[in-house]
Design a protein around this ligand. Structure first.
Ligand SMILES: Nc1ncnc2c1ncn2[C@@H]1O[C@H](COP(=O)(O)OP(=O)(O)OP(=O)(O)O)[C@@H](O)[C@H]1O
Ligand SMILES: [Mg+2]
Length: 214
């Protein structure tokens, strides 16, 4: 499984989601590698902030050749998670081509829905070379049972891509845990954030297994 968490829009939650998905998959006993494909190095900073034993290695590889370099790096791992960079089109294109499944985090705001177009376009282009490339949206920072939280799912319909359940809500534990290089499951194992991440990972594993069976 090579899973990209990608969106050229900045600050949508790529690193937060990548780190927490990686931690949950590692907690389930999978051999996990996290690739920091962002020159900002946020996932590397997360692992440097950590004082506990690492859950998985984090490797920095913000290169437009990622799709060529990743297969040899990925050998020996059950799951490789790629944390993408904002803006850089060449890096985004390489990251999409390196992955077999792409998650696009979107915040419940019209600006995020409009901006998603750019990443969806790159995904469509990449499908010319990689027909089986799967894509799905993840709604991040949903606020309670807000109307905009519900509307965003219908606003994403024209993109004709699945929206994974459950959405991730706006919760302070995502930033608090990151400051210590922890996952939400480590910082608050019985919290709502840990529960929603575990359910999201189950949905992702389901997509990947169905893809493998096809
Ligand atoms: N569900 C959430 N609830 C609360 N805060 C969140 C949530 N998701 C992300 N954040 C916060 O939003 C900010 C941006 O998140 P993050 O760095 O993961 O986004 P990003 O897409 O990786 O950004 P960049 O494009 O700069 O790489 C961070 O401060 C993070 O702690
Ligand atoms: Mg990031």
């Amino acid at each position: 499984m090579i899973l990209g968490v990608l969106n050229q829009k900045g600050g949508v939650g790529k690193t937060t989601i990548a780190v927490n998905i990686a931690a949950t998959l590692a907690g389930e006993g999978r051999r996990v590698l996290l690739i920091d494909a962002d020159p900002q190095g946020s996932a590397l900073a997360w692992s440097s902030a950590r004082t506990r034993d690492p859950l998985f290695p984090v490797v920095g590889m913000a290169k437009p050749t990622l799709h060529r370099d990743l297969p040899s790096l990925a050998r020996g791992y059950d799951a490789v998670i790629v944390d993408g960079a904002p803006r850089a089109n060449d890096l985004a294109r390489a990251a999409i081509l390196a992955c077999d499944t792409v998650l696009i985090p979107v915040q419940p705001s019209p600006y995020d829905v409009w901006a998603a177009q750019e990443t969806v376009e790159l995904l469509r282009e990449a499908r010319i070379y990689k027909e089986a490339l799967a894509g799905a949206f993840v709604i991040n920072r949903k606020i309670g049972n807000s109307a905009i939280g519900r509307d965003v799912t219908s606003a994403l319909e024209p993109f004709a891509m699945p929206v994974l359940e459950p959405p991730l809500c706006q919760r302070v534990v995502y930033a608090e845990s990151a400051a210590q290089g922890l996952s939400v499951a480590e910082a608050a194992p019985r919290g709502e954030a840990a529960r929603e991440i575990a359910a999201l990972v189950a949905a992702i594993v389901d997509i990947c297994e169905r893809k493998d069976a096809a």
